[in-house]
Ligand binder design. Sequence first.
Ligand code: IPM
Ligand code: MN
Length: 386
Amino acid sequence: MPKTFRIAVTPGDGIGPEVVAEAVRCLELLKSRHNLPLDWTSLPWPSHAWHEEHGESMPSDALEQLKAYDAILLGALGDPGPVSNPDRYLLPDSISLAPLLDMRKGFDQWVCERPARLLPGARQYLADDRAKDIDMLVIRENSEGEYVSQGGRLRKGTPDEVATQMEVFTRHATDRIIRYGFEQARKRASDRAAEGSPRQFKTLDGKTCESQVCIITKRNALRHWGDMYSEAFEEMAKEYPDVATHHELVDAACMKFVQCPWAFDVVVASNLQGDILTDLAAVLSGGMGVAPSCNLNPDDPDMPSMFEPTHGSAPDIAGEGLADPTAMLFTAARMLEWLGRQEPSLDAAGKALYDAVAADLAENSGSQRGTREIGDAVCSRIKQAG
Ligand code: IPM
Ligand code: MN
């Protein structure tokens, strides 16, 4: 019996359920047209609604339950909105968003991939027309660093209070994320070569390569992990002489993301620095409404990876049918491609979904459309494509 791939659909809060509904419609359509070995279950948690009823954002055995699935498709977590209702049930961010971090940690989803490519039709925020060439992949270390949540508060509430927030960087996690970056750079170079659209990157010693990895640190101030990252990067670069290498301090990287984002290819950054850079990268490539993201465990097939757009719950527009589902649809396409590593029909479905969403974006540049309308348009394209 061929394996059926099972997805845990977790719509979450705010606009999550609205955008997830469109993704599920596309999955249904793709499944019926291509006979995909795909199944999904929609779960009411994690969410504010679940917390309101049960006093916790998700059941205590949530991770065990989720482990039985092959992937998790998450809408958004956070303020459920609408902001016009001051009496809505509202949790502190640290509580409502904890399940996201628990899943990343619990399933060792150590890679967060956030592609930033300014696709035709997406809003171009930069005036410089070279922005059309923006095509980078930001790889965020997703398992440790600034997000280990170690520390505490001493003498809380007194004038002598002390808060500590530890950052932890291991050589193991550093090496694996850097290697992942180099491998992705190679893959991107070979995909571009196959499409007949190679790119060129100059190294400091004047060599030309078809891909590049830029490592980000703040080693002039945070020198311990910054130096370890730099050394690990330099050592690994020897194994990838075909890939140009580059280091940027995170503050300079922010400046260059705005000044010349087209000069970047693969960017590897720590958990927090990657978090910040990817909000910026999302805007450079059309805004939060089109920015996909995924949290991957590339080593252990028994651990589900999690697919959620970069955007949050957007409480200002929640429940109004105004949220752009494009980011969610691109994210769902990436999920299919990820599962497609084991099942070629899912890979093909992922590409079909990506193409349909990209074509819809290209054709409807700047038009004001509702969530459902965009979902309808993408579904029609999937049908037309056969
Ligand atoms: C993201 C979000 C999360 C993060 C928050 C909600 C904890 O900003 O996925 O980028 O910081 O990782
Ligand atoms: Mn973020």
